[in-house]
Structure formats: structure tokens, C-alpha cells
Design a protein around this ligand. Structure first.
Ligand SMILES: *[C@@H]1O[C@H](CO)[C@@H](O)[C@H](O)[C@H]1NC(C)=O
Ligand SMILES: *[C@@H]1O[C@H](CO)[C@@H](O)[C@H](O)[C@H]1NC(C)=O
Ligand SMILES: *[C@@H]1O[C@H](CO)[C@@H](O)[C@H](O)[C@H]1NC(C)=O
Ligand SMILES: *[C@@H]1O[C@H](CO)[C@@H](O)[C@H](O)[C@H]1NC(C)=O
Length: 228
């Protein structure tokens, strides 16, 4: 049987807590596969309203939810995050290239792999990728063929500068390299540029570009004609 005195007493305690407005949270529980990275109880072993604690997942585990919890007005903590083990498949070797990754039986969250290409090829994508919390890789780069310089000689614009294509790219153009060729507008006697880009071994010279024979010394190259 519960005595009326006990009921009175407990309702008294409750009033004290509310009147004092001291809100405390007990030490937080710790999610599996997590550790407390930041935690400082500020009221004995307990925490006060708005205090925070920060969790960290064990290696190979990714966090789902917020790493930071806060002591609420209800005297409990905001939702705990979850830590889950995350594995990624072995990344496959790209055609005409290679991939390196840690020599272990399984690859996990945050593990990295690096890529490279054989001569004559260049990487399309980042050199380094990371195993994401979704269990896949941040990117999957491939190797794309470089281009031979498509004309004997020409002055072109590359990254905002005029360069001689045959000198600047004597070792070939890399996949993605973009240059602007000069063309002539015969009626207006002025020059304009058109872009060309090396895409996986192929670059198309703009149709308006005319390559002069080196014997035709009397012809003015389009790159020396005033811009339209
Ligand atoms: C905090 O907890 C420890 C271990 O449970 C206990 O020995 C200690 O007395 C507590 N301190 C306070 C201020 O409650
Ligand atoms: C995590 O919680 C903190 C504190 O409650 C908050 O400031 C932050 O915006 C939250 N972060 C995310 C990503 O939700
Ligand atoms: C905290 O307590 C309140 C009131 O009892 C409840 O509604 C809320 O769901 C609790 N929060 C968490 C994260 O358990
Ligand atoms: C990883 O997987 C998620 C979910 O399946 C997908 O939305 C995301 O685009 C993938 N990321 C990459 C880089 O492929």
C-alpha cells in the first residue's frame, strides 16, 4: 500500500526541481562502436541543460546521425548517432592503367585507393578515391588516350596564353586539354578563335583553321590578324 505521506513527499520533490529550474542530464549512453570524444560533466557526474557531448565512431565504422548530442529541457539527450561498419568492394583496375589499395582482406570506410595510367593515357577523374559511408567509392576514374598534335604547326591559345602547339604539346595532348585555333574572317579581314579539345585520343581541328605551307611566306597567319 502506498502511503499518502509518500505521495505528498514525491510531489514536493517534483516542485522543487521545477522551481529551481536546474535541468540535469545523466551521463549519456554510448552507442555501440562509438566512443565519447568530447564530454565534460558540469554538475558532478551529470550535465546541465545545453551541455553537449561529441561521439566518434571506431575505425572502419561510419556515423549516421549527428556526432553532437545536447542536454534538453526534458533532462534527456538529443538522439544518439549510430556507428555502422562499412565495407567497400575492391576497386577494379582501369583499362590502360593501374590501381593501388591497402593490402588487406577487406576494405573499409575511409580506406583510400590511388590510380595511374600507362604512357599515352591520362586519368579522367581524381588520382585518389575514398570508401564512403554508403559503401561505394567517392569516384571511379578511368584512363583516357592522349592525342597527337593534329597539325604541323599553329599558334593557339591554351589556358589564356598564346603558345605554339607543336612546342607546347610536343609530348602529346592530354585527355581534356583544350586549345583555341585562330581562323580568318576574309570579308572583314579579322580573326576569331574556335575551340578544339582532346577527347580520349581524338581532337578535331576546327574547319575554319587553315594551315599554311611554310613556303607561303607572303601569307599572314590568322593569329597575326587583328581580332574581329
Ligand atoms: C560520480 O560517479 C562516481 C562513480 O560512479 C562516484 O564514485 C562519485 O561519487 C560520483 N560523484 C558525484 C559528485 O556524484
Ligand atoms: C548537430 O547538432 C548540433 C548541435 O545540436 C547542431 O548545431 C548541428 O547543426 C547539427 N549538425 C547537423 C549536420 O545536423
Ligand atoms: C526526451 O524526453 C521527452 C519527454 O519525455 C521525449 O518526448 C523525447 O522523445 C525524449 N528524447 C529522446 C531523444 O529520447
Ligand atoms: C554511392 O551509392 C549511393 C546509393 O546507392 C548513390 O546515391 C551514390 O551516387 C553513389 N556514389 C557514387 C560516387 O557512385
Amino acid at each position: 500500500m502506498i502511503s499518502p505521506v509518500l505521495i505528498l513527499f514525491s510531489s514536493f520533490l517534483c516542485h522543487v526541481a521545477i522551481a529551481g529550474r536546474t535541468i540535469i542530464c545523466p551521463p549519456p549512453s554510448i552507442p555501440t562502436f562509438a566512443t565519447l570524444r568530447v564530454y565534460k560533466p558540469s554538475a558532478g557526474n551529470n550535465s546541465l541543460y545545453r551541455d553537449t557531448a561529441v561521439f566518434e565512431c571506431l575505425p572502419q565504422h561510419a556515423m549516421f546521425g549527428n556526432d553532437t548530442i545536447t542536454c534538453t529541457t526534458h533532462g534527456n539527450w538529443t538522439k544518439l548517432p549510430e556507428c555502422r561498419e562499412v565495407k567497400c568492394p575492391f576497386p577494379s583496375r582501369p583499362d590502360n592503367g593501374f590501381v593501388n589499395y591497402p593490402a588487406k582482406p577487406t576494405l573499409y570506410y575511409k580506406d583510400k585507393a590511388t590510380f595511374g595510367c600507362h604512357d599515352g593515357y591520362s586519368l579522367d577523374g581524381p588520382e585518389e578515391i575514398e570508401c564512403t559511408k554508403l559503401g561505394n567509392w567517392s569516384a571511379m576514374p578511368s584512363c583516357k588516350a592522349s592525342c597527337k598534335v593534329p597539325v604541323k604547326k599553329a599558334t593557339v591559345v591554351y589556358q589564356g596564353e598564346r603558345v605554339k602547339i607543336q612546342e607546347k604539346f610536343k609530348n602529346g595532348m592530354l585527355h581534356g586539354d583544350k586549345v583555341s585555333f585562330f581562323c580568318k574572317n576574309k570579308e572583314k579581314k579579322c580573326s576569331y578563335t574556335e575551340d578544339a579539345q582532346c577527347i580520349d585520343g581524338t581532337i578535331e581541328v576546327p574547319k575554319c583553321f587553315k594551315e599554311h605551307s611554310s613556303l607561303a611566306f607572303w601569307k599572314t597567319d590568322a593569329s597575326d590578324v587583328k581580332p574581329c
